[in-house]
Design a protein around this ligand. Structure first.
Ligand SMILES: [Zn+2]
Length: 180
């Protein structure tokens, strides 16, 4: 756990005037001196449940903190100027060397991302995806190892983030009821 971004803005990033600690909350930062306004909006992250034809899905073990060693879905943060789908395809390529074919939105979830003493608010967009070349999978950036596991059989508590647990649970319900 760490401080949220709005708790650590001690000075105006434009003019440098000190900010009263009483004002350090999630409401937009507004500098009394120069009028600079900053919104502490969440970052956007994407992840995918990548399915193979036999119904198994790709899960990774995270190589780095946060949640080093924990089970997770492949994914990462959306860069400025990218669509969520583009970011997902890029992250999957960078982390496990796969090209995605079909990509379908599943659900979105708020998440707290603890990184180097700061807790960032994030919205995770989770997709269900397919790949035509699953045999090419390799553990690259940020990935210690990977495995194709039955998403209906894994222990949800093994997953690194609550958002991923919620997404896999939702996937199970969707499959059970036949909705996409
Ligand atoms: Zn200022």
């Amino acid at each position: 756990m760490g401080a949220a971004p709005w708790q650590i803005f001690q000075f105006c990033p434009r003019c440098g005037v000190a900010r009263a600690s009483a004002l350090r909350h999630a409401a937009p930062f507004r500098c009394e001196a120069c009028g600079f306004l900053y919104f502490f909006n969440p970052s956007v992250a994407v992840a995918a449940l990548i399915l193979r034809d036999d119904g198994k899905a790709l899960f990774i073990r995270r190589a780095k903190d946060p949640a080093k060693g924990r089970l997770a879905l492949v994914g990462g943060f959306v860069d400025a100027g990218e669509s969520a789908e583009h970011a997902l395809r890029r992250e999957v390529r960078e982390e496990v060397q796969l090209e995605l074919d079909e990509v379908q939105f599943l659900s979105s979830h708020p998440n707290d991302y603890h990184y180097q003493g700061t807790t960032y608010p994030v919205v995770d967009f989770i997709f269900v995806a397919r790949t035509l070349d699953h045999d090419r999978a390799a553990a690259l950036d940020d990935v210690a190892s990977f495995a194709w596991l039955d998403p209906h059989a894994i222990d949800l508590e093994d997953l690194a983030f609550p958002s991923m647990r919620d997404a896999v649970a939702r996937f199970r319900v969707a499959r059970a009821t036949g909705s996409p």
